[in-house]
Design a binder for this molecule. Structure first.
Ligand code: FUB
Length: 369
């Protein structure tokens, strides 16, 4: 459907942000989406900007927020659920609260997060541990365990509970690792093993494993050339072996070095959550989470996904419609720019500068007239 901006603007009543990026008032990265109690919860990491010292050119993350949505168009920020200052084992000056995951078991919510340890290890470095914080509700409050999981030195935890109840934890540190978790979800129940048959060269990280029709999909960002693209492998067992299939999202066209992701099925549609640096084009360590629809081919392989600005969800015509997050634009005569390049959280503007230029925004619900 093609609609001119002035027609839509008269229907503007409330503000709903569902397009890409999903969160536009702060930086967010590494989104792990989960479906709990009929809602989508997203657990991202929280990039911040520190202009001086060692973080001026690196990732800086001091806490986590959680966001939820029932309709994929309106997102609630439940606020800070964990901070580097309230976890006993975490170095509270490390700003290293990287990509997390969260999973539910027997009515409790287990939040897994990597961070730099306070204590220097045998190799003379503080290194990354993976901690667990537990809550009664998906949005918290989360109570962190006093120590990280023993036996893991790594980042980017991801947990799968298989159909038989066995839980597995995956993480990365050069390679991608897997181990069984005990029923308590806090301790390893097997020796960590490296997942074989993955690309040998180039950074691999951020594993996300899910099951569909009895097939286990191991998806992961990998630097084949310059920046991360999303690749995957398929297998019949959560611990492998997996057969490499290739990429399902290519490198970012604007050079964002990382692309961390997760995949969910919600109301019979599959979605990919990932990140890009929409709100910080010049500094790719300040990222923003996005989502797009994901489809499988009849043989179970994943169709390549082209990142969109429009994103997901059906937008109600009685809410503000962000045309700068368009579905399509005319070949010429349309430009999108920040309202104020120094204040990216103010958002974008759409400039139509030629006769017959057009912009379209799909999936709008007009209800009865
Ligand atoms: O956000 C910090 C790190 O960048 C994550 O842990 C990686 O997956 C990459 O996205």
């Amino acid at each position: 459907m093609k609609i001119l901006p002035f027609i839509l603007s008269i229907f503007t009543i409330t503000f709903a942000l569902s397009q890409n990026p999903l969160i536009q008032d702060q930086y967010t990265a590494d989104p792990t989406a989960r479906v709990f109690n009929g809602k989508v919860y997203v657990y991202p990491s929280h990039d911040i900007r520190i202009d001086t010292g060692r973080f001026s050119n690196w990732f800086a993350m001091e806490d986590y927020h959680v966001f939820s949505s029932e309709n994929l168009t309106e997102w609630t920020d439940h606020g800070t659920i964990l901070s580097q200052n309230n976890v006993e084992w975490v170095d509270s000056n490390s700003y290293s609260m990287w990509a997390p995951d969260c999973i539910e078991r027997n009515g409790k919510f287990y939040f897994y997060f990597p961070a730099n340890k306070k204590v220097i290890g045998e190799n003379g470095r503080k290194g990354f541990g993976i901690g667990v914080a537990i809550a009664e509700k998906a949005e918290g409050p989360y109570i962190p365990q006093a120590n990280p999981i023993e036996g893991i030195n790594g980042i980017d935890p991801n947990v799968l509970i298989d159909k038989d109840g066995q839980a597995y934890i995956y993480w990365s540190m050069g390679n991608i690792y897997v181990a069984k978790l005990k029923e308590n979800m806090l301790e390893l129940d097997s020796e960590p093993q490296i997942i074989a048959n993955l690309p040998e060269k180039g950074l691999k990280e951020g594993p996300f494993v899910f099951e569909r029709n009895g097939i286990y999909y191991l998806t992961f960002p990998h630097v084949e050339n310059k920046t991360e693209r999303l690749e995957y492998a398929m297998g019949n067992n959560p611990m492998g072996p997996f057969e490499l299939k290739g990429a399902f999202m290519d490198e970012s066209t604007t050079g964002c070095w990382t692309n961390h992701h997760s995949i969910i099925e919600f109301q019979k549609q599959w979605y990919l959550f990932y990140h890009h640096n929409d709100l910080s084009p010049a500094f790719d360590k300040n990222r923003s989470i996005r989502a797009d629809s994901l489809f499988f081919k009849p043989d179970g392989t994943i169709q390549e996904i082209m990142p969109t600005l429009r994103g997901i969800g059906i937008t109600n015509a009685n809410t503000e419609i962000q045309l700068d997050r368009y579905s399509a634009i005319s070949f010429e005569g349309v430009a999108i720019d920040f309202i104020d390049t120094l204040k990216p959280f103010q958002g974008w503007k759409t400039i139509l500068n030629q006769e017959n230029a057009w912009i379209s925004y799909n999936q709008v619900e007009f209800e009865n007239g």
